[in-house]
Design a protein around this ligand. Structure first.
Ligand SMILES: Nc1ncnc2c1ncn2[C@@H]1O[C@H](COP(=O)(O)OP(=O)(O)O)[C@@H](O)[C@H]1O
Ligand SMILES: [Mg+2]
Length: 490
C-alpha cells in the first residue's frame, strides 16, 4: 500500500542564520541595500549615521518615507517577505524580500527597525542573532516594542525621538553588535565611512538630485554629492548615440561615453574619475536597474581590459521587469549577463572602442597633417615595433656629415646605444599611472636657434611654412616665428 505523509520542516534558524550572514555583502553594499528600501518608499531625505561610540559602533539609516504600520513591520521582518515572482512597481529597488534582513545581519548581531506610518504609533521590531542562535525551539521569534518609550535601546530611543517624533511617517533601521568590525580602530572606521560615502555617491548618483525629483542623502550630517562616472558635465566627455535593445517587450538602453583625455581635465578631476581602481580597471559596462548602479567597470568577458580603451564606459539601463533574465543576486552588487543581452551589447562596443582609442592617442596638441623630417621613425615589421632616430632628418645629418672616419662611427654608436636603451617600460608605466605628471623638457631658445640654423643650412630656400611643419619647430611656433623674423624669413 502506498503511503504519502506530509511533514512540516521549517528551516532551523540556529543553523540557517549563520550562513545567511555570509552571503558576501560588503559594509558599503549592505548600507546601500537599506538606502534602496528608503528610496522605494518615496523618501525625500535619507540619513546614514555611523557612530564609533568608543569602539562599540552603530549604524542607522533613517528616512522620511512612507513608514510601516505594526502589521507591515511584522511582515517586513520576515525573511522572504515578498516573492521575487511578484510584480513590482517600476521604480521599486527591492527584489527578493530579503535585502533588509540579510544585509543587516551580514554586518551586525542585532537589527532593529523602528517605524511609524501616517501619524500612528512608533513600533520597534528586533532581530537578535545571538538570541536565535541560543534558542533551540526552531522558531524565528522577533521582539516587538510598542511606542517610543518601550524601545529598550537608549541610543535608538534617542534617535527615534530626534528623527521620527516630529514626522507622521518614517523609518530608522538600526544596527548594533557590529561583530564584523572587531579589531577596527577609529581610523579604520573613519576610512570605512569615507569609502561608504564614495560608494553611495556612485551607486545613487542618478537619484541624488532633489531638484529633479531625487532624494537627499547625508552621511553623518554631511550631504553626499552625486558622483557621475561618465563626467558628463565636462564638455570634453564624448557621449555616443544611445542604442535601444528590445527583449521580451522591455527596453534596455545603452550609451557609450568616452571620458575626457587627461589634457582636458584638472589633475584633481582626472584622479577622481579614475577612482580607487584607476581608469584601466574601471572601463566597460555600468549597469543600472531603475537608475541605481548595480554593477560597474566590467566587459562581461566580451573583450579584455586594455590601456587604449581605458576611457570608455558604457551606461546600460535595464528595467526591473527583466530581473528574471539578469539573475540579479540578493546583494544587487552582481549581475550575470544573459546570453541574449550579451549578444546585443556586443553591438555597442566597436564604435565606442574606435572613439575611445582616438581620445587616448590624443597628445594634447594637434600634429600638422604631415610633420616633415620627424626626429624619430617608427617601424613595424612582423609584429615587432621599433623606434629609431630618423637618419634622414636634418639634425642627424648635420652631425653625421660634419664628422668623418672614427669620430663618425663613434657618434653613430652613441645614437645606437641610446636607441637600444629607450626606457619603454618605464615610459609606459608613467604615462598610464600619472599622465599628468609627464613633462618633456622645453627647448631653450638658443638650442632651438641652433637647430633652426642646422635646418636652414640643409634647406636654404625653406619658407616659414616649411619650417613650421618640421620637427620640433611645430611645437614652438611662437618662438620660431620670432627667430624667423630676426632672420628675415617669411
Ligand atoms: N525604510 C523602509 N520604509 C518602509 N518600508 C520598508 C523600509 N525598509 C523595508 N521596508 C519594507 O520591508 C520590506 C522588505 O524589505 P527587504 O527585506 O529589503 O526586501 P525587498 O526590498 O526585496 O522587498 C519591503 O518590501 C518594504 O515593504
Ligand atoms: Mg530591499
Amino acid at each position: 500500500m502506498k503511503q504519502q505523509l506530509l511533514f512540516d520542516l521549517p528551516p532551523d534558524p540556529a543553523a540557517l542564520v549563520p550562513s545567511l550572514r555570509d552571503i558576501g555583502y560588503s559594509f558599503e553594499s549592505a548600507v546601500a541595500d537599506l538606502v534602496d528600501n528608503s528610496v522605494a518608499t518615496s523618501a525625500r531625505r535619507v540619513d546614514v549615521f555611523a557612530m564609533w561610540n568608543g569602539g562599540a559602533p552603530t549604524v542607522a539609516v533613517a528616512d522620511d518615507g512612507r513608514g510601516m504600520s505594526e502589521e507591515e513591520l511584522k511582515a517586513a521582518m520576515r525573511f522572504g517577505s515578498r516573492s521575487p515572482l511578484e510584480v513590482r512597481a517600476a521604480d521599486d529597488l527591492g527584489r527578493f524580500g530579503l535585502g533588509m534582513k540579510t544585509a543587516s545581519i551580514s554586518q551586525c548581531l542585532k537589527l532593529q527597525v523602528l517605524s511609524r506610518r501616517g501619524g500612528g504609533e512608533m513600533t520597534n521590531a528586533v532581530w537578535d542573532v545571538e538570541r536565535i542562535q541560543r534558542s533551540n525551539d526552531c522558531r524565528w521569534s522577533v521582539v516587538l516594542e510598542r511606542g517610543l518609550e518601550s524601545v529598550s535601546d537608549p541610543a535608538l530611543r534617542a534617535l527615534g525621538g530626534r528623527i521620527l517624533a516630529g514626522k507622521p511617517s518614517g523609518t530608522v533601521v538600526f544596527w548594533s553588535g557590529m561583530d564584523r568590525l572587531e579589531g577596527a580602530t577609529q581610523d579604520s572606521f573613519n576610512a570605512l565611512i569615507a569609502s561608504l560615502r564614495r560608494h553611495l555617491a556612485l551607486t545613487f548618483h542618478r537619484l541624488l538630485k532633489p531638484a529633479r525629483g531625487g532624494f537627499a542623502l547625508f552621511v553623518n550630517n554631511l550631504v553626499v554629492e552625486p558622483f557621475d562616472p561618465f563626467d558628463e558635465s565636462n564638455l570634453a566627455c564624448q557621449p555616443l548615440d544611445e542604442e535601444t535593445i528590445r527583449i521580451d517587450g522591455s527596453v534596455i538602453k545603452a550609451r557609450a561615453y568616452v571620458l575626457p583625455h587627461h589634457s582636458k581635465t584638472t589633475e584633481e578631476e582626472y584622479r577622481r574619475h579614475g577612482g580607487e581602481d584607476g581608469y584601466r580597471n574601471s572601463q566597460g559596462f555600468y549597469v543600472y536597474r531603475n537608475k541605481r548602479l548595480i554593477i560597474s567597470g566590467t566587459w562581461f568577458r566580451l573583450r579584455p581590459r586594455e590601456e587604449l580603451t581605458k576611457l570608455i564606459r558604457i551606461r546600460v539601463d535595464i528595467p526591473n521587469s527583466l530581473d528574471h533574465l539578469w539573475k540579479i543576486d540578493i546583494k544587487k552588487s552582481g549581475a550575470d549577463l544573459p546570453e541574449r543581452v550579451r549578444k546585443e551589447l556586443r553591438r555597442v562596443i566597436p564604435s565606442a572602442i574606435s572613439r575611445g582609442k582616438a581620445v587616448v592617442h590624443h597628445r594634447g596638441y594637434t600634429l600638422p597633417t604631415a610633420v616633415s623630417e620627424p626626429l624619430w621613425s617608427r617601424s613595424e615589421v612582423d609584429k615587432t615595433i621599433s623606434y629609431s632616430v630618423n637618419r634622414n632628418c636634418y639634425a642627424f645629418r648635420h652631425f653625421a656629415d660634419l664628422l668623418t672616419g672614427e669620430k663618425r662611427e663613434e657618434f653613430l654608436s652613441l645614437v645606437r646605444l641610446l636607441e637600444s636603451r629607450l626606457p619603454t617600460d618605464q615610459l609606459y608605466a608613467d604615462i598610464c599611472d600619472k599622465p599628468k605628471s609627464m613633462r618633456q623638457e622645453a627647448l631653450p631658445e638658443d638650442v632651438l636657434e641652433f637647430f633652426l640654423d642646422c635646418y636652414l643650412s640643409t634647406h636654404p630656400n625653406a619658407t616659414s611654412e616649411n619650417i613650421l611643419s618640421a620637427d620640433p619647430f611645430f611645437l614652438h611656433e611662437e618662438s620660431v616665428r620670432k627667430l624667423l623674423q630676426k632672420k628675415d624669413i617669411s
